[in-house]
Write a protein that binds this ligand. Structure first.
Ligand SMILES: Cc1cc2nc3c(=O)[nH]c(=O)nc-3n(C[C@H](O)[C@H](O)[C@H](O)COP(=O)(O)OP(=O)(O)OC[C@H]3O[C@@H](n4cnc5c(N)ncnc54)[C@H](O)[C@@H]3O)c2cc1C
Length: 374
């Protein structure tokens, strides 16, 4: 019998897109989000065409693009800001969509939250799964507030540090990649018309993207610094110190940030569940199953593609477990390719001068191969 109700755990990009895609196929969806408030943090995100295609398929693209900034190229610069070359970005979502759009994460998440609620999904905040048991036909869930529910399918979309992963019986854990990132949202200088990346400076790299008519997102990729710095309020002075040596527009942006700017600092991690993503009727998807360092800006695209395909396959006529097997068989080669290429780029950043290193080629080859349907 086709599935009728699904529990989605986690209301990030994956869980939100999945909830929408299922609700649009007349499945009853409960979404539980551990955070008591449901919103996107204010950082920027680069959405490639294949992410935009997934957002279009669940009906939120127009709202996202109303504030996002589309662009179809990336400029590579020297550390002093001198332009070296310009790369055109493949249209991974098809020629009728922008190659890339820079967006504020909060704009994206707000569009998703509003659409999820408008589609009648039961959203419960400040809640998680305490435990679950399953039979061949259903999953019985006890939530952290003591309430219970019976579902045809449980989907854990609770991110790279998923606690559901272990609860489902998957032992894979994330590992640090060996690089960290400082991120800020800043005023967008008038001259910024696409993403720019600075190579050859004192750190792994620096860069920025436009994310709204008046805002941009700037970052610095660095070695792993003291773990006590990790969080949304790293010292701006430290970002300035670590970024000294980068000029051009990047230097101007960082130099003119107000003192109270929220600087997010974190170590970059990756994970790949390289075996079945499900046990019976409980599965992980999105970052909980695979998360790559953000060097090709494909993480959210992989998540949104997962969500759209999973909804399509589990609402077919066959048994749920067969659909989950088919889902992973379709997704694993694609997410593995993105992950391995992102890790290779990270390795080249960490070990400059690696023979044969050619980041522009790997980025271009990866994006070109993603133009094939998910
Ligand atoms: C520094 C950085 C930059 C990035 N830049 C880009 C980019 O430019 N482009 C791009 O495409 N991708 C980018 N990514 C990747 C992208 O952000 C992720 O792939 C994507 O956001 C993951 O979405 P998700 O919904 O799977 O997980 P998450 O966004 O982690 O969402 C998980 C949700 O589950 C909730 N949750 C957690 N535990 C529980 C629980 N036990 N019960 C209930 N709810 C729970 C969380 O509160 C959260 O809301 C970047 C990643 C990083 C780290």
């Amino acid at each position: 019998m086709p599935i009728q109700n699904v529990l989605v755990v986690g209301g990030g990009i994956t869980g939100s897109v999945l909830s929408l895609a299922l609700a649009q196929r007349n499945v009853t969806v409960d979404l539980v989000e551990i955070s008591p408030r449901w919103f996107g943090v204010g950082h920027g995100i680069t959405l490639q065409g294949n992410a935009l295609k997934a957002l279009r398929s669940v009906g939120v693209l127009d709202r996202v693009l109303a504030r996002a900034v589309p662009f179809d190229r990336m400029r590579l610069l020297a550390a002093d800001g001198e332009a070296m070359t310009e790369l055109s970005t493949p249209h991974t979502g098809g020629e009728d969509l922008p190659a890339t759009a820079g967006a504020l994460r909060s704009d994206l998440q707000n569009a998703l939250c509003d659409a999820v609620r408008a589609h009648g999904v039961e959203v419960r905040l400040g809640l998680s799964v305490e435990r679950f048991e399953q039979t061949a036909d259903h999953v019985d869930v006890t939530f952290t507030d003591g309430s219970t529910g019976r579902y045809d399918l449980l989907v854990a979309a609770d991110g790279i540090h998923s606690s559901m992963r272990a609860m489902i019986g998957i032992t894979t854990v994330p590992r640090p990649v060996g690089m960290s990132i400082f991120r800020v949202v800043a005023e967008r200088p008038a001259e910024m018309d696409c993403a720019e990346v600075y190579y050859g400076g004192p750190r792994y790299k620096a860069g920025y993207s436009p994310i709204s008519p008046d805002r941009c997102y700037a970052y610095l990729l660095d070695e792993n610094l003291d773990a006590s710095l990790i969080g949304p309020r790293a010292p701006l002075a430290l970002l300035r110190e670590r970024g000294a040596g980068y000029g051009g527009t990047w230097g101007k942006i960082i130099g003119s940030l107000p003192d109270d700017t929220a600087v997010d600092y974190r170590w970059i991690e990756s994970v790949l569940v390289d075996g079945p993503w499900h046990r019976g009727r409980a599965t992980v998807i999105g970052d909980a199953a695979h998360a790559c360092p953000p060097l090709i800006a494909q993480g959210a695209a992989m998540c949104a593609e997962d969500a759209v395909l999973l909804a399509e396959l589990v609402t077919g006529e066959g048994p749920v477990e067969e659909a989950l097997d088919a889902f992973m068989a379709r997704r694993l080669p694609r997410v593995r390719m993105v992950l391995e290429n992102s890790l290779r780029l990270a390795e080249w950043e960490i070990n400059p001068g690696t023979p044969g290193a050619d980041p522009a080629r790997i980025m271009s080859e990866t994006l070109h191969s993603l133009t094939a349907a998910a």
